[in-house]
Write a protein of this length. Structure first.
Length: 216
């Protein structure tokens, strides 16, 4: 394993807005799923919190102006921190579903994560809102109301607003209704007993998420 990593943000200056957004959401997903992991500890949570704050602040700036060196450098560090976190804590259902979208339809990984992230967080907000309310408290304490359900929903709303600001899609144009059962089966199989998720999702819940991703 390398002892040193050099984060040279000048290498990112020419990254197009769409790829900037998609890779940024991949890093955000790493950070959020790591924070919510059953394997998380104080150190990994600190990395995750730092990455989440930074991505929300700087990703829109880099998307708008790719030559913003400060934003590029901040995002490089955030991606690194999120990587440190999730390689120790593992991932969750966002990645499990996104992997299937990539395998079935070749949806770019960051884009798939971006589309799925708010849907999975929505399930967690319904079944275990406390963990999302706690995350909001750690990342954006000024937004906290003290009402667990409201705070959990607010965090999901923040992710949805970020996707809209970055012009990211909310559906998978290639997704077919006829594939949903197979996709859900594979996603549940990938995660079951391996990913230390805050709630265990049923196949029905996974299928419901996928149905929401089918174009109107």
């Amino acid at each position: 394993m390398p002892k040193v990593a050099i984060l040279d943000s000048t290498l990112l200056m020419g990254l197009p807005p769409q790829i900037t957004a998609e890779t940024g959401l991949d890093a955000l997903t790493h950070a959020i799923e790591s924070y919510l992991s059953g394997y998380a500890n104080q150190q990994t949570r600190e990395w995750s919190i730092s990455a989440i704050r930074t991505i929300f602040e700087y990703l829109p700036q880099a998307h708008k102006n790719g030559q913003n060196l400060e934003a590029r450098q901040a995002l490089a560090k955030a991606s690194f921190d999120a990587g440190l976190a999730f390689t120790r804590t593992y991932i969750g259902y966002v990645h499990a579903i996104a992997h299937q979208l990539g395998a079935f339809y070749h949806v770019p990984h960051g884009r798939a994560n971006a589309i799925v992230l708010p849907k999975v967080l929505g399930v967690i907000a319904q079944r275990e809102p406390r963990v999302l309310a706690e995350l909001l408290t750690q990342v954006f304490p000024e937004k906290v109301t003290g009402k667990v359900d409201s705070d959990a929903k607010f965090l999901v709303d923040m992710v949805e607003r970020l996707l809209a600001e970055l012009d990211l899609p909310t559906v998978v144009k290639e997704l077919k209704q006829s594939d949903i059962t197979a996709l859900a089966d594979q996603a549940i199989k990938e995660a079951f007993g391996v990913y230390p998720v805050p709630v265990v999702m049923t196949r029905f819940e996974c299928e419901e998420i996928l149905r929401e991703l089918v174009p109107g």
